[in-house]
Design a protein around this ligand. Structure first.
Ligand code: NAD
Length: 464
């Protein structure tokens, strides 16, 4: 894998201020595949200055021209889709077909949606005797995680660019090579120098310096609740805008009238994709007591098809592997029934975890409350619809979810009562233009589509 030894600042690769580097490891075989510079507060400062210098010009660029540059960025991502997929597989470990369709394919769709939105969004509106202008929020500090390395970058950078903002990105330590590819693509797309800047580095050093920098107007963060809380506090103290996309513990509610086999199969597949490292994964399957054992048997058969090293990849690093194995051990300790998998590592090499299924999980158990971020599904039993709703809503999270019923209206009526930001009805497809974000402790703000664009705007009213 090719790795740059500098930072992408002001439209060029520049030497890093410090000497330290971060090793990038392939989690499937534990081999070091590259090294990137560990950014210092000085690198962050240089990048923020470049973004600030580029802001007036980009903010004043007509939306149609911004749209053309975002379309060119989409084209650059499409042209490099094979390289992107291979790079994500090398540093994240997801099987190549998943990297091709999701990790490389989805960001191109999202970038395309913002090329269109930039050209069509009503940046000026009449309200009575006022004209309301939607102006860029300013310099954006984007801090992204490793689980969908390119998608998380594009879901922040594309709407920020569409809004007329300039950006400094600090990507996750585990997946910086994908971020470097993205930086190259922004150059190929002809973005003016300084509109997009990349600083690789660790969270506590480069991430913290970016979140706390006076020259940053808005911080957009995706990652753990613990770090999100900290970033929210820093941003709040500085009266700075903040968007937080945090964890989830989403419920897959299978109502008694549903097609049980389909709901269980899709539910298992939803968690196994990306080795369970998906914030919106439906990690709690809720089944009526009369269908419970049938659902457990169906789920056991479905999960058996996910062979580690074949259909399911490793976790991103040793720490995440240990964390997930710890949760599995905790589930056993708290009395859940282990139906498949378990805490033992399935392969000698690589950060693999056995696809694991727990039955007899009760709502208070740790594995029913905390985000595990691995290939682990818990099946919970409910007595009636009210009980299902109470269980579905009984975590601190509210990011996503699913409802299955014979009648769509029945599923929608249930979904309306769920405290969560997204609900898929009878296996509804992912929509890259639908707002994505959380209720409760799953976050603040929305990404994707026009709602995602609005996050990067501030309004000014002119009265006549
Ligand atoms: P993390 O929150 O530590 O990392 C996310 C990003 O924040 C990275 O770029 C990291 O460098 C940066 N960061 C870390 N500390 C920071 C700080 N003090 N200031 C500024 N930036 C900082 O997440 P993690 O340790 O990689 O994963 C731990 C858990 O977080 C996972 O098990 C999972 O539960 C959750 N997670 C959620 C998502 C999501 O999509 N919502 C993504 C990744 C991880």
């Amino acid at each position: 894998m090719k790795a740059h030894d500098g930072m992408y600042i002001g439209g060029e690769w520049r030497a890093a201020a410090g000497q330290d580097t971060i090793a990038v490891v392939n989690p499937a075989d534990e081999q070091v595949i590259g090294r990137v510079p560990a950014g210092t507060p000085q690198d962050v400062d240089t990048a923020v200055r470049a973004a600030r210098a580029a802001l007036p010009g980009w903010a004043a660029t007509p939306p149609a021209e911004r749209a053309a540059r975002i379309a060119a960025l989409r084209d650059a991502l499409v042209a490099r889709k094979d390289e992107i997929a291979e790079t994500v597989t090398a540093e994240l470990g997801s099987p190549l077909p998943f990297s091709q369709t999701v990790h490389a394919g989805l960001p191109a769709l999202v970038a395309g949606s913002y090329a269109e939105l930039a050209a069509t969004y009503p940046f000026e509106e009449k309200v009575g005797n006022s004209t309301v202008l939607s102006e860029p929020a300013g310099v954006v500090g984007a801090i992204t995680p490793w689980n969908y390395p390119l998608h998380q970058i594009v879901a922040k950078v594309a709407p920020a660019l569409a809004a007329g903002c300039t950006v400094v990105l600090k990507p996750a330590e585990d997946t910086p090579l994908t971020a470097q590819l993205f930086a190259e693509a922004t150059g190929e797309a002809g973005l003016p120098a300084g509109v997009f800047n990349l600083v690789t580095g660790t969270g506590p050093v480069a991430g913290q310096a970016l979140a706390g920098h006076d020259g940053v107007d808005l911080v957009s963060f995706t990652g753990s609740t613990a770090v999100g809380r900290q970033i929210g506090a820093v941003a709040g103290a500085a009266v700075k805008r903040v968007a937080l996309e945090l964890g989830g513990k989403s419920a897959n509610v299978i109502l008694p009238s549903a097609d049980l086999a389909k709901a269980v199969h899709v539910g298992i597949a939803n968690v196994m994709g990306n080795s369970g490292q998906t914030c919106s994964a439906w990690t709690r399957m809720l089944v009526h007591r009369d269908q419970y054992e049938e659902a457990v048997a169906l789920a056991a058969a479905a999960i058996g098809k996910y062979v580690p090293g074949e259909r399911v990849g490793p976790l991103v690093n040793a720490k995440q592997q240990a964390r997930v194995r710890g949760y599995i051990a905790k589930g056993v300790e708290e009395g859940a029934r282990l139906v498949a998998g378990g805490p033992e590592a399935p392969l000698d090499r690589g950060y693999y975890v056995s696809p694991t299924l727990f039955a007899d999980v009760t709502p208070e158990m740790t594995i029913a409350q905390e985000e595990i971020f691995g290939p682990v599904v818990s099946i919970l039993r409910y007595e009636d619809e009210e009980d299902a709703l109470r269980i579905a809503n009984a975590t601190v999270y509210g990011l996503a979810g699913a409802v299955w019923a014979a009648d769509e209206a029945e599923a929608v009526a249930f979904a309306r009562r769920m405290d969560t930001g997204q609900v898929d009805i009878n296996g509804g497809r992912f929509n890259p233009r639908a707002p994505f974000g959380g209720y409760k402790q799953s976050g603040v703000g929305r990404e994707l589509g026009s709602h995602g664009l609005a996050e990067y705007l501030q309004t000014k009213s002119l009265q006549f």
